[in-house]
Design a binder for this molecule. Structure first.
Ligand code: 9D3
Length: 239
């Protein structure tokens, strides 16, 4: 997968993409990330990418031309037409389902905004999708872009080991079961006996029940939206 990122702070991405799983995905040739400086596509000599809002009001608005020129340049350089994704607080909330869908794309072009906002024509005529990472206000789209890339990278086939993917399908939308490592007792706090029993079927069952209990307590919304559809249907008088 090719991911092109367009931002006025290209330097922000260097350390995040140079470590750990994203680094390995790139080294294995499974993921290629290119960062572009939006200012390189500015049309004026001061490399300005924002201007005063039509109709007046406080603050600045990001100009359309640098975004259009940048996306055009990125697409000319790529054999496949990239899907342009605008990171924006107004976008649809990013979910694991959306990530699965996006992970099938060959080329994504991520646009990061800033300031008070972006000229509406970028949203209307350039972006194929608009994505938010949640209902809180950040200073820009760079951290959301990193979130998107990080979450996508681990879905690319070959990036994660098959065992971690198996674990995930076992969990099927539940929170994680409790995990322990040595020592068996630490300052009076003990590892549950069952994990020391060697009975793998019992352990598997225990983990599933713990994950279910924890999800019911902390995130009952996950049970309603996901795996328990069948369970709900089974009840004679649901809702
Ligand atoms: C003036 C109204 N603001 C919208 C609520 C404007 C605005 C605030 C913050 C415009 C951009 C930003 C910067 N944030 C992002 O670009 C952003 C974001 C976010 O703030 N929260 C969650 N997801 C995202 S994706 C991009």
């Amino acid at each position: 997968m090719l991911i092109s990122i367009i931002s006025i702070f290209p330097g922000l991405f260097q350390s995040v993409f140079a470590e750990s799983i994203i680094k390995r995905a790139q080294e294995k040739g499974l993921l290629e990330i290119s960062i572009y400086d939006l200012r390189d596509f500015s049309e004026d000599k001061h490399r300005r990418v924002d201007d005063y809002p039509y109709g007046g009001g406080a603050g600045m608005v990001m100009k359309p031309e640098p975004f259009f020129k940048a996306v055009r340049a990125v697409r000319e350089r790529s054999p496949v037409k990239g899907k342009a994704i605008l990171m924006s607080p107004q976008g649809l909330r990013l979910t694991q389902d959306k990530l699965k869908e996006l992970s099938k794309e060959k080329h994504l072009i991520i646009l990061c905004g800033h300031y008070e906002g972006i000229d509406e024509r970028v949203r209307a005529y350039l972006a194929d999708e608009e994505i938010s990472i949640g209902d809180y206000i950040l200073t820009g789209g760079e951290i959301p872009a990193m979130v998107l890339v990080d979450a996508l990278a681990r879905l690319i086939p070959g990036v994660l080991s098959t065992s971690s993917l198996e674990e995930e399908s076992f969990a099927c939308g539940l929170l994680e079961y409790p995990q322990y490592t040595r020592p068996q007792e630490y300052e009076g706090m003990c590892v549950p006996e069952i994990l020391l029993s060697g009975d793998h079927e019992k352990i598997r069952q225990w983990r599933y029940e713990e994950a279910l209990k924890r999800t019911l307590k902390l995130r009952p919304d996950l049970l309603r939206n996901k795996g328990l559809a069948a369970e709900e249907a089974r009840k004679p008088d649901s809702d």
